[in-house]
Design a protein around this ligand. Sequence first.
Ligand SMILES: Cc1cc2nc3c(=O)[nH]c(=O)nc-3n(C[C@H](O)[C@H](O)[C@H](O)COP(=O)(O)O)c2cc1C
Length: 192
Amino acid sequence: MARFSVAYASSEGRTRLVVDHLADALRAQGHQVTVDDVGTPNAAEAVALADAVVLAGSIHGGRLQPRLVRFASAHGVALSEHPSALMIVSMSAASSDATVRERQHEYLASFLAATPWRPDVVEFVAGALRPDTLGPLRRSQAARVARHVGVDPKGEVDFTDWGSVKRFAESLARWFPRVGVPIRAPGRQEPN
Ligand SMILES: Cc1cc2nc3c(=O)[nH]c(=O)nc-3n(C[C@H](O)[C@H](O)[C@H](O)COP(=O)(O)O)c2cc1C
């Protein structure tokens, strides 16, 4: 069993739901999981104590939450000591247009430019839009995003593929096949 720390930022609640599913799936694989908002004092401590870390956030106005970027920058060294993953939730991930989907890589590039942390794996997750829950300004921003993605700007849409969140969790769980000893994470160099 390994200890996973999942630290997230969520503006309308979808990323929170995603990390809850991820955590449940990791627990089902026998791992111990803490889930903390990056804005809470527990998050840094949980990262320091963990065997592996997942950071997750969502895209608004073309970028991840600034508090997630601050957290990754402040704890970049601790994060880099563990096998680690980043999950990016957005509507671009849901688009059938390859040019729009390509924006996810721009969001990732901006994030990486702003923090020293280099996650071993990155997972892009399609999110949801619920215009009725937003104030007027955010609703009009969300409507623009919906038009870009090619969905009804007034209606509620939900593109999260929960099966794929579960499969991602299972792939992370395989970092620790038995007793909490990490095997080589994808992209990670073997020590000499
Ligand atoms: C005001 C607003 C702006 C958004 N801007 C973008 C954007 O620039 N690109 C994108 O792909 N998705 C964008 N989205 C979609 C969100 O990433 C999506 O709704 C996600 O599920 C939100 O996750 P959260 O509830 O955890 O914050 C935007 C959503 C809102 C409400």
